[in-house]
Design a protein around this ligand. Structure first.
Ligand SMILES: *Cc1c(COP(=O)(O)O)cnc(C)c1O
Length: 373
């Protein structure tokens, strides 16, 4: 079909997902698929193997499991399926998504320890080492790569190095970074990495995926605390059924994801996409700073995915007002999520390019209502 016939989005989403996708990704959804037919199963298998190759320089040691639901469902399938009954999880937190993993452990009745570093500091690797030194009952360590709450990039390589020195299994929530920031699970020695269809890969929402070290996942049979989120069982079905899912699979979303992966490959892979996101983010911050708006985090902690900005110091500023004015300009921005300061966020992932950032800044220049009293 001629994708130019598809309607334009009324505004660009500058959010951490779901985000603006290409017309070809949307057009890929315009047919139905039989989940039992090998055409569809081959599509699933191709996606699984391409994800493994993107995530690891030793793809033969890793496998991918696709899981229905939003990204949180995939995180919960890992937390609930890989920690044995007598295991213990240490969660490093500095925002909502780290906290969510700790909450899952609590609800699922998994022994856990939380090390929180506060929203504006990276996770504390020194404290991690101190705890691992004295508590040998810990079996697993979990951390968020880019804490989307603030846009903070956590020191995953340091976390993994320390955790591995003590023989722990490492779980990384790379929801908002995988596909947009290069990460080599084999080099970093990560056991489980979780992401979803609708973030840096630029697909539409509907499923998440878990890239797992085969050796680790193969020990997880029968320990899940949930039927539908049983990671091992889902893996076994996909392996034995050559691309079959347990229960209804989100067929249209999966087909759109295949197109999104193709577009990532055409762009030049993760390294090129990372450069685009970095350019977007740096252009955004430079322009905002020219208008007197300041970032929450110092540049060395900032990811190229999403940026938190402090509210301008003015009694007439209101986020709601700013939001609706920016929406009129054609851009949807994002509220803040932290308690320590009043912030809003602007994402720069998705089908978003330098020209869009320049348009955003030009549009914003006209909407600095708090400056004109
Ligand atoms: C978006 C996100 C999630 C969860 O995503 P949902 O799709 O909303 O369930 C988890 N972790 C991080 C770091 C995220 O950015």
């Amino acid at each position: 079909m001629n994708v130019n016939q598809l309607p334009d989005n009324p505004y660009l989403l500058l959010t951490p997902g779901p985000l603006s996708t290409s017309k070809k990704v949307k057009a890929a959804m315009l047919r139905d698929w039989c989940t039992w037919d090998q055409d569809y199963n081959q599509l699933v298998q191709s996606i699984r193997s391409r994800l493994v190759t993107m995530a690891s320089s030793k793809p033969e040691d890793y496998t991918t499991v696709l899981m229905q639901g939003s990204g949180t469902f995939s995180v919960e399938s890992v937390i609930g399926s890989v920690i044995p009954r007598n295991g213990k999880l240490l969660v490093l937190t500095n925002g909502a998504y780290g906290k969510r993993m700790a909450e899952m452990a609590e609800i699922l009745g998994i022994y856990s320890i939380v090390l929180d570093s506060g929203e504006t500091k990276p996770v504390n690797t020194k404290q991690l080492e101190e705890v691992l030194k004295v508590d040998s009952s810990i079996t697993h360590v979990a951390v968020v790569h880019v804490e989307t709450t603030t846009g903070m990039m956590n020191p995953v390589a340091d976390v993994t190095r320390i955790a591995k020195a003590y023989g722990k299994t490492v779980i990384v929530d790379a929801m908002s970074s995988f596909g947009g920031i290069p990460i080599d699970m084999a080099a970093l020695d990560i056991d489980y990495l979780i992401s979803s269809a609708n973030k840096c890969i630029q697909g539409v929402p509907g499923f998440g995926f878990i890239i797992a070290r085969k050796e680790a996942l193969s020990t997880c049979k029968g320990i899940a605390r949930s039927l539908s989120l049983d990671l091992y069982d889902q893996w076994e079905t996909m392996e034995l059924g050559n691309g079959k899912w347990r229960y209804t699979s989100p067929t249209h979303t999966v087909r759109a994801f295949d197109q999104a992966l193709q577009e990532l490959e055409e762009e030049g892979g993760i390294a090129s996409r990372y450069e685009r996101f970095k350019t977007n983010q740096q252009t955004l911050v430079a322009g905002m700073e020219r208008m007197g708006l300041k970032t929450l985090l110092p540049v060395e902690l900032q990811s190229p995915i999403i940026t938190s900005f402090l509210y301008p110091d003015s009694p007439v500023f209101s986020f709601d007002e700013f939001y609706s004015r920016m929406k009129q300009e054609g851009f949807v921005i994002y509220p803040g999520k932290i308690t320590a300061a009043s912030t809003f966020r602007i994402g720069n992932i998705g089908d978003v390019h330098l020209a869009d950032m320049e348009r955003l800044l030009a549009g914003m220049e006209k909407q600095l209502f708090w400056k004109t009293t």
